[in-house]
Design a protein around this ligand. Structure first.
Ligand code: 4AD
Length: 464
């Protein structure tokens, strides 16, 4: 259909005093004796555009009544004029023709009043039409573009790692099984081995929790790579920060040690936050006002100040001395809980902080073993409000040390033969990290629940 995006009509002076055709859905409507006013949104802009209707010019009053119903889809042709109420360069449209593209009955769930996010979660297909979700998904899209921009302009090769995997990748989380066996099939097999041998891939398969291991293989060829795709975790964590299917950004860098990895992570975060501040001013103003007061100041500080780096052992010291009532007791060796992460980043550092050098027993087998024999060169980036958004490390590049770490964990070596080859053939220091994309969207928008920054959240007991 020939029409102009509402965003362009509102932004470009060339449309002023011209006739245009726009399409959109009715977001508000108001009727008076001679005039009717509609606000239309086509999704291209956060702001709606006002349509002014002189009723005398619209003979078919019934059709007008249908056009006024919230949620109706219209195609409107009219003249763009300066707005009578919004004097700051705003425009409205004096309607000449109006076509009802799709009617909308009064039971349309998004009526004028403000709905809670919990209520909106019950209708993921409709909530996208609300102001909040319009803003969230414009910011999400801008962040995604900025991530590609960052890596592409810094010489990284974008690769796509497999989503179906034959190994438990790295033990980062519980794996969803992929099978073509049907209910009851198990009874036909004598052993587990036989059962999987007869499955689609001839062995047990699952959905990947991370593209890292394949990413390392590509980095050993292309030097610098990144992935940006879904990862799956079957963890039973019903929290505000966990979903079973999330989008994962994983760069992997050859000839890099832990400080180099941190440098890239900080630089990338600053680039993408800067991009959102610059390109989504209206949406960010909305989040600052309605979702998290002080959000803009917080993000401005992220862009202009360096991040903190805190040794795990020092972090434990701080937590032990903290004047706080933690639910999970603190001692050296524990995995930091959300409450600990938030204390460190919100109360102590008041900005993003890399916690580095974690105890080896709570981290994955592939992390570079530090000389102290107790810790590994791992790092999590913690941010106020969300906690961990990035997990990364320098990888163990020494074949013997890697094999020893795997044996100590009782791992089956066979599925990792390819991975171990990397340490045989021209092994080099390398490292990388994983950014949870939804957590980054949460951080940039102030949204508190991960279910509200992804189209259709998959969580325990919930799939639609
Ligand atoms: O810390 P994680 O488990 O690290 C890895 O998967 C490494 N292989 C990354 C790497 O070094 N290439 O996960 C990385 C990030 C976390 O910091 C978090 O932001 C996000 O992925 N994440 C989740 N996001 C939403 N829901 C979940 N269930 C998540 N699990 C991890």
């Amino acid at each position: 259909m020939k029409h102009v995006d509402i965003k362009d009509v509102m932004a470009e002076a060339k449309y002023l005093q011209q006739d245009v055709t726009i399409c959109g859905w009715v977001r508000t409507s108001r009727d008076s004796k001679n005039m009717a006013f509609l606000e239309l949104n086509d999704g291209t802009s956060f702001k709606h555009i006002q349509i002014v209707v002189n009723k005398a010019e619209f003979a078919e009053a019934d059709a007008l009544a249908d056009c006024m119903k919230l949620g109706s889809a219209l195609c409107v042709t009219g003249t763009v004029v300066p707005s009578a109420v919004n004097k700051e360069g705003g425009v409205e449209i004096n309607a000449k023709e109006m076509e009802l593209l799709g009617e909308c009955p009064p039971e349309y769930p998004l009526q004028k009043k403000r709905h809670t996010l919990e209520y909106l979660r019950t209708m993921p297909h409709i909530r996208l039409r609300s102001n909040t979700f319009n803003a969230v998904f414009h910011v999400r899209s801008t962040l995604a573009a900025a991530i590609h921009e960052y890596f592409q302009s810094n010489g990284y090769v974008y690769i796509n790692t497999p989503l179906i995997t034959g190994s438990d990748a790295e033990g980062a989380g519980e794996v969803f099984q992929v099978t073509t066996h049907a209910f009851g099939d198990q009874a036909n097999y004598k052993s587990e081995e036989e059962y999987y041998a007869d499955d689609f891939f001839g062995k047990k398969a699952g959905l990947s929790v991370s593209g890292q291991l394949e990413g390392e293989m590509a980095a050993m060829a292309f030097g610098k790579i990144y992935t940006f795709g879904p990862s799956f975790r079957a963890e039973n964590s019903n929290t505000q920060r966990h979903v079973a299917e999330f989008w994962h950004v994983e760069p992997e860098i050859a000839f890099a040690e832990l400080p180099d990895v941190l440098e890239v992570a900080e630089d990338m975060v600053k680039h993408i936050v800067g991009a959102v501040l610059e390109r989504c001013p209206t949406e960010m103003e909305f989040f600052d006002k309605r979702i998290e007061n002080g959000l803009l100041d917080k993000l401005d500080n992220v862009v202009s100040n360096s991040f903190e780096v805190l040794d795990y052992t020092k972090a434990i010291d701080i937590l032990l001395k903290a004047d706080a009532d933690f639910k999970f007791p603190v001692e050296w060796g524990i995995d930091l809980q959300t409450e600990h992460e938030r204390y460190l980043t919100e109360q102590v550092c008041k900005k993003p902080v890399f916690v580095i050098n974690y105890p080896k027993d709570i981290k994955a087998f592939y992390m570079k073993q530090n000389d102290d024999g107790k810790t590994v060169a791992a790092s999590d980036l913690l941010v106020p409000g969300v906690g961990e958004i990035i997990g990364g490390s320098e990888r163990e590049a020494n074949y013997d040390k890697l094999v020893a770490a795997m044996k100590a964990r009782g791992m089956d070596m066979a599925p990792y033969a390819d991975y171990l080859d990397l340490r045989k053939y021209g092994s080099v220091p390398h490292g990388g990290y994983g950014l949870g994309f939804e957590r980054m969207v949460m951080y940039c928008t102030g949204m508190q629940n991960i279910r509200d920054v992804i189209l259709f959240p998959r969580t325990v007991g919930n799939i639609r």
